[in-house]
Design a protein around this ligand. Sequence first.
Ligand code: F6R
Length: 630
Amino acid sequence: MCGIVGYAGNVLMPSRRPLEVCLQGLERLEYRGYDSAGVALTAPGVDHVEMRKKAGRLSNLVADIEARPLSEATVAIGHTRWATNGVPNDVNAHPHSSRDGKVAIIHNGIIENASQLRLDLQAEGYRFVSSTDTEVAAKLLGKIVDAVIEETGGPNLFEAMRRMSRMLEGAFTILAVDCRQPGVVVGARHDSPLVVGLGEGENFLGSDVAAFVAYTKTAMEIDQDQAVQVSSDGVVVTDFDGNVVPDSVIYEVDWDASAAEKGGWDSFMDKEIHEEPAAVQNTLLGRLDANGDINLDEIRIDPQDLKAVDKIIVIGCGTASYAGLVAKYAIEHWVRIPVEVELAHEFRYRDPILTPRTLVVAISQSGETMDTLMALRHAREQGSKVLAICNTQGASIPRESDAVLYTHAGPEVAVASTKAFVAQITAAYILGLYLAQLKGAVFRDEISQTLNYLKDMPAKIQWILDTQTDTIKEAAAQLVNANTVLFLGRHVGYPVALEGALKLKEIAYTFTEGFAAGELKHGPIALVDEGEPVVFIVPPARGRNMLHAKVISGIEEVKARGAYIIAVAEENDKDVERYADVIFWRPEAPTLMSPLVDVVPLQLFAMDMAKMKGYDVDKPRNLAKSVTVE
Ligand code: F6R
């Protein structure tokens, strides 16, 4: 939610153009918000910071800069916005400047005491042109910079930023530049992400590493309530009181810039769906030792503590929470302890029962979802251990958890989550099997058989990508004008139905609902009318055929009322052939693993339909990839 980039190059001999670094970074961060974009630059010898900002996509800003070029600079900051307060227009776009135009800032988050600060500043004669909280911070910072100059005789943006940070309430990452200090960019963070990129003769700041991974893969973490100053030849980190932090964690980013490029695909979503076999495979990699045992040394929770766990609560939002729902079926089955799954924003405010024997599993692709972060902080305060399942190295959620199990899906750029979902399920399965191994809840040979099934899943996903795309496209074309689509599933098919419904609503803007198929007769069937499209996730007829029979009955019931049936079913399912109008086939898979394949046609279906409607599948309206506000 809002992408932030900052660059400090060499004052005498810039190695790159700061503007270009910022625009490149913004292009990679645009998935975080795309309501408007802007940059601010400065250089020695100028008397104000130069700014340019435009409503709409980054391309509007780029076109504007091409038409009216900006001056050369030594430092720059850039912002791509997801509006929180103030409509998305040129005026509300970031950067915002101080009263004298010498200081400019960009901001991600919500400043909760902005109204009061605005009133205070207005009483002192300050005037505001926008309706944003960010402009309040810009005017305030300018005022504090002036006060510091008066006190000390010289500008000190870093000190001013710290003083302001102590006054702000809410969530913020703020970057600022001052034309009187044209060699530095300063930043501060509280409940909002910020990382440093360490270069040679240049340094970078970003909401995440995507902002600068094209230039450096060495990153430095900035912790909660820390401020940072970067120049071409140094990085200084302090707390908000000015105490230097000597030991910030430095790490190497484990993917390169090309992983976050489309690489010939016409959308990131298409590319990322096609990366699902690799996402599952890479998430499994390195987690088994030579004896075939699951080895999760990386998770840093004492195995004895894990053995003592008597309840698991999975928290997450949206797609991540549906991965958690799938995990519940598998972990309860293998480990035989209760697993609750809860939306992080609900969990936090209902006073959940947490003990030191409760393991809270926080699932998040971005690792920055504020609702999930707040929920995990609450769980830790209550004495429970938190294990994160996360796709983003060094993000706040893994950093603040007791342990982390990384999914290795690679960067997910499309706003709608796809490959992260299958990777999250895979990681949750590994965790479940590991707990079963520790507790001796499942025989070793069963664990290794299950792992073998899991290892087969990438090939099964690939089979769908290789054989089903035409059928899926035809179905999307057939239903492109549908006003509503219902999704129904049972058991592990239920979270898949929820995820299928979410994908279609968020990118094709079709009204959808996902239900547990058993609920049909308790209400939703009233929605079924002649031609109503209903998608069924059909469990295999093998094994728990009880489930299969029940879902088939559900299909019969809606078919009898004129519904148009789309089924996701295992190859050669004759019952499905009898009733369904369209079938997305998937290869044979054990029931517990089936979500890894069942979800794939639904992701493709949503993407095809959105494309047919002419929508940008990577950047759906009103959404942003990383939801860093509560
Ligand atoms: C849906 C989607 C969202 C995210 C949710 C959590 O396609 O992407 O529902 O799953 O906002 O995000 P993370 O996983 O980053 O915490």
